[in-house]
Each structure stands twice: as structure tokens, then as C-alpha cells.
Design a protein around this ligand. Structure first.
Ligand code: FAD
Length: 486
């Protein structure tokens, strides 16, 4: 099936070539750490994604050790008109880092140096292949923090986070990665190195080109370095885990958190009973009802600040107020950093645990809060005739971002009769409520065809296509991803 899709791609990008043995030799000369093998198994890790939904047939993974090597690879592939798929930690959810056929994979994993940290300005400069968690740990040792965090932090890389404009749990506090990027180095499709690595926080000269690459999913250039804003590490950090008995109460608790916690509110995440019932098969849930069962809804509230007494006073007022009004029916407050991390572990294990239960139909949507959770019940009704199918939900509710997941328990591949009840309904429902069909995971090869249909108007898609044409006239960068084919 992949081969067929690739041939289709080649008709669309009719000028693209399949790489030959001679191309492999030339690319290895330009990036000696590249992996070229005739044995499929050795390349499998790069050709498959963690969801198991996407796989490619690339026979070469270029692993450049420097920006110059990235430039040399792209220059060659552009001249030869060979498709190139940039890949970082390969944790994306929409198949963006996986080739459709036998394009060259360009892994940035060897570009992994942290170059400098300016403590007064709070700016770290590093290569794009640094793993997010490694960067977080290093920056924490300098009393600062990386303003994004997500469950995939142990594997995803900062370049991948930039290319997907990753959101994550602290979006409400720090804004998107867009708002925290101060400088970038990018290699264009023809090998040109674009040095936008300024550490000036303010610069209004010319188009702010670096932002074009943020969220462009490797279709306009390959990000090789970044200068990133790193705020001071908070000296006070508290986490509360609360139970609510309706989604309305979740929303009221959110309103109370904004009212009482104000500037120290850092994260507000929600999980429903259905997902916690799955998580409970592998982890102890620290807050259960009198029958020893999970409550209907949970929220995780985090505060970050610089004065423990001040923050604790605010938190206590918030907890008192929300409990008194019965918006939260039960709750616990982490007593130390271990408990903080244990509570976060519950939230972050939703994704990996449900993956082990069966085939996952994953949706990452934005919806207005007044109808945010309705879709879960609508989907439960639509799918009620399938006893193995469960609708489980969690998300960054403070940003209106819902991770709607449908598990087909015990099944490990798509069932068309299930899928046709989900899609395109879920997208049509979302746009009918003026939401977004992809809040943070992007488009990749999963939703690119929906861009013009469910996301942007014709004029906007046309401008995007013009941009692509101007940055990558041969269409070598991540072909058949992100933009619709027609
Ligand atoms: P990859 O998956 O390797 O690549 C992603 C895309 O970026 C691809 O299109 C690729 O071609 C392109 N790309 C990669 N590197 C470059 C580069 N250097 N230059 C140009 N293009 C490049 N996402 C969120 O936004 N928020 C979350 O809270 C979140 N939670 C997650 C939790 C789990 C457990 C998992 C598995 C995933 C989660 N994700 C989340 C999705 C994913 O982790 C993010 O999209 C992440 O930013 C991808 O980074 P990566 O390094 O794995 O990139």
C-alpha cells in the first residue's frame, strides 16, 4: 500500500527521483555517519512510527554531524530531485517524520550539542537534535526552565518540537514555542544556510522569517539550531489533584483556579474516568471514591512562583473555595517533589497505556469549553454497537484542547466499519463548533488532505502553497505531507 501511495506521490511530484546506489555512495561521502543497508531491519526504527500507523521504505538514513553536512545533503538531493524527510525524535502522531515511500530520511539526532546559556537574559543556544528532557535537565542546573514540556520529552527533540510547534502542558503559562524562539538556524531545500540565530529579543527589521519554520513540519527547511527563551526556574511549585463529578464542575473549577491563582497558575489538565480506568490497570490512582473506584473526572492543577508562602496561601484559598462550592468533590495536594512527579506520571501515562490496550483512533482537537466534552458522549453513542470500543479522554482543557481517543480493545489494526463511524464525522462536528481538527499534533500525512476542507479557506491554502513553491521549488522537503495534493 505504501508503495502504491509513493507512486501516486511521484506523479504529484513528478520530478522527484528514487535514490540510486550511486546516490547512496555520494550521500555517505557527504555525511559519513549515514546508515545505508540492504537489510530492512536496521532501518526499521527510522521507517516506523510509535503508533504503528505509518511506515516507509527508505533505504538510507543520513545522520549529519554538522549544519554544513545538512547543507551538503540537501544541496545534493535538490540537484538530483530526491525527496527528503527530516526526522527528529520520531514521536509525532501524524506520520510527518515517516517517509511515504523510499525518500531519504534526514535524522538530526547527531546534532545534539548545547552551546551556551546566558543566565541574565535567560537564553539557551543549542542544536536542534538535543532531546527535550536533556535540555530541561541541563537548563534546570542553571536555575532556568525550558518553556515547553510534554509526555514525549524523553525522546522528542527540540528541532521536532519547533517543526511541530509543540504545545504541551505549560502552554497557558508560557505561550507556544513560537513566542519563545529568539533565533533559529535553518537549512533551505537548496542547501542555503539561513542564519537567523540572533539573541536580540527585539528586532523589527524585515519579515520575521524564523516564525515561518515553526510548525511547518519540515516542508520549508531543516531547523539545525535554536536560541530559546528560558525563564527562571520557579522556586515554588505545587500540584493539586482534584476530583469532579461532572464536566460542568471541571469548567467551574477552572474558572475558580483563574480567579484565585492568577499569575501563579501554570497548568490545568483534565482526565475522564474512562481513561483513568485504563491507567489504573497499570498505575495506582492516588484519589478514589468511597467505593474504591475512579471519580468521573479529574483535574491536575499546578502553580509555579517565586514565593512558597504566597503561592501556598493562594492555593489554599482556591482549594477551600472550590471544595466549599462542591465544584471539586475530593482532592489531594502533593507534599513533595516526588508526589508532584507521581501525579504528573498519571497524566503522562495516558498515551502509552492506552496504546497497549488495542488499536487507537487518535484525535487532537480544539473546542469551545461549552461543548468541549459533548463530543465524547456523541462518539460513545455512535460507537455503542461495538462492545470492544471505548472512548477515553484527557487534555489541556485550559487551552480548549481535547485528546479524544477511541480504543478498539484487543484489536491492533484499523477496522473500516469502526473508522467510518468516526471519520469524517469527528472533523465535521469539530468545525461545526468552530474548533480546530488539529490543536497541536499538526497535519503530517494524516490530515494534510483536510487542510482546505476542514481547516483553512482557499485563499489561505493558496498562500501556503505559494510559500512552499518559493522555499522548495522542486518539492523535495517532506513530499506529500502537510499541504493537500490538489
Ligand atoms: P518528529 O516526530 O521526528 O518530527 C515531527 C515533524 O517535524 C515531522 O514532520 C518532521 O519531518 C519534522 N521535523 C523534525 N525535525 C525537524 C527539523 N530539524 N527541521 C524541520 N523539520 C523537522 N505534542 C504536543 O504538541 N503536545 C503534547 O502534549 C504532546 N504530547 C505527546 C505525548 C506523547 C506520549 C507522545 C508520544 C507524543 C506527544 N506529542 C505532543 C506529539 C509529539 O511528541 C510532538 O509533536 C513533538 O514535538 C515531535 O517532536 P519529535 O522530535 O519527535 O519530532
Amino acid at each position: 500500500q505504501n508503495r502504491f501511495q509513493f507512486q501516486k506521490t511521484f506523479r504529484l511530484f513528478s520530478t522527484l527521483q528514487s535514490p540510486t546506489e550511486q546516490d547512496f555512495q555520494e550521500l555517505v561521502k557527504r555525511a559519513p555517519s549515514s546508515l545505508v543497508v540492504n537489510h530492512w531491519e536496521e532501518l526499521e526504527k527510522y521507517n516506523k512510527d510509535w503508533t504503528g500507523n505509518y511506515s516507509g521504505k527508505s533505504r538510507i538514513v543520513c545522520r549529519p554531524n554538522s549544519t554544513k553536512e545538512v547543507s551538503s545533503i540537501l544541496e545534493y538531493c535538490n540537484e538530483r530531485k530526491i525527496g527528503v524527510v527530516p526526522q527528529a525524535g520520531n514521536t509525532g502522531v501524524v506520520g510527518g517524520s515517516i517517509p511515504i515511500g523510499d525518500e531519504v530520511i534526514l535524522s538530526i539526532e547527531k546534532l545534539n550539542q548545547i552551546h551556551s546559556f546566558d543566565g541574565i537574559n535567560g537564553i539557551v543556544q543549542c542544536d536542534a537534535g538535543v532531546v527535550l528532557q536533556t535540555l530541561q535537565e541541563k537548563v534546570a542546573a542553571w536555575d532556568a526552565l525550558v518553556p515547553i514540556d510534554l509526555g514525549a520529552k524523553g525522546t522528542c527533540m527540540i528541532g521536532g518540537n519547533i517543526a511541530t510547534n509543540a504545545g504541551g502542558q505549560y502552554y497557558y503559562r508560557f505561550g507556544s514555542i513560537h513566542s519563545n524562539i529568539i533565533g533559529l538556524e535553518v537549512v533551505l531545500a537548496d542547501g542555503t544556510i539561513l542564519d537567523l540565530m540572533s539573541t536580540n529579543r527585539k528586532d523589527n527589521t524585515g519579515y520575521d522569517l524564523k516564525h515561518l519554520f515553526v510548525g511547518s513540519e519540515g516542508t520549508l527547511g531543516v531547523v539545525t539550531k535554536v536560541a530559546l527563551n528560558c525563564p527562571r526556574l520557579p522556586s515554588s511549585r505545587n500540584v493539586a489533584f482534584l476530583a469532579c463529578d461532572s464536566f460542568q464542575s471541571v469548567c467551574e473549577t477552572l474558572a475558580k483556579a483563574k480567579e484565585h491563582l492568577g499569575e501563579v497558575l501554570a497548568a490545568f489538565e483534565f482526565m475522564d474516568k474512562a481513561v483513568l480506568d485504563q491507567v489504573a490497570t497499570e498505575k495506582r490512582i492516588p484519589l478514589l471514591n468511597d467505593n474504591g473506584e475512579n471519580y468521573d473526572f479529574y483535574v491536575l492543577v499546578e502553580t509555579q512562583g517565586s514565593n512558597e508562602d504566597h503561592d501556598m496561601q493562594k492555593l489554599e484559598l482556591f482549594l477551600e473555595s472550590t471544595m466549599e462550592s462542591s465544584q471539586a468533590v475530593d482532592g489531594i495536594l502533593a507534599q513533595d517533589m516526588k508526589q508532584v512527579l507521581d501525579i504528573w506520571e498519571i497524566r503522562e501515562s495516558c498515551n502509552p497505556i492506552i496504546k497497549s490496550k488495542g488499536y487507537n483512533y487518535k484525535y487532537d482537537i480544539s473546542l469551545p469549553l461549552d461543548c468541549y466534552y459533548d463530543i465524547a458522549n456523541v462518539m460513545r453513542d455512535r460507537l455503542s454497537k461495538f462492545p470492544t470500543v471505548e472512548v477515553v479522554n484527557w487534555g489541556h482543557v485550559i487551552d480548549g484542547n481535547l485528546h479524544l481517543n477511541i480504543i478498539d480493545k484487543g484489536e491492533f489494526k484499523v477496522r473500516e466499519e469502526v473508522k467510518e463511524l468516526i471519520e469524517p464525522f469527528v472533523f465535521e462536528y469539530t468545525i461545526s463548533k468552530k474548533g480546530s481538527i488539529s490543536a497541536e499534533h499538526g497535519l503530517g500525512q494524516c490530515k494534510n488532505e483536510y487542510l482546505g476542507k476542514y481547516a483553512k479557506d482557499a485563499a489561505t491554502v493558496a498562500v501556503m502553497k505559494n510559500l512552499k513553491q518559493s522555499f522548495d521549488p522542486n518539492g523535495i522537503l517532506n513530499p506529500s505531507k502537510f499541504l493537500p495534493s490538489l
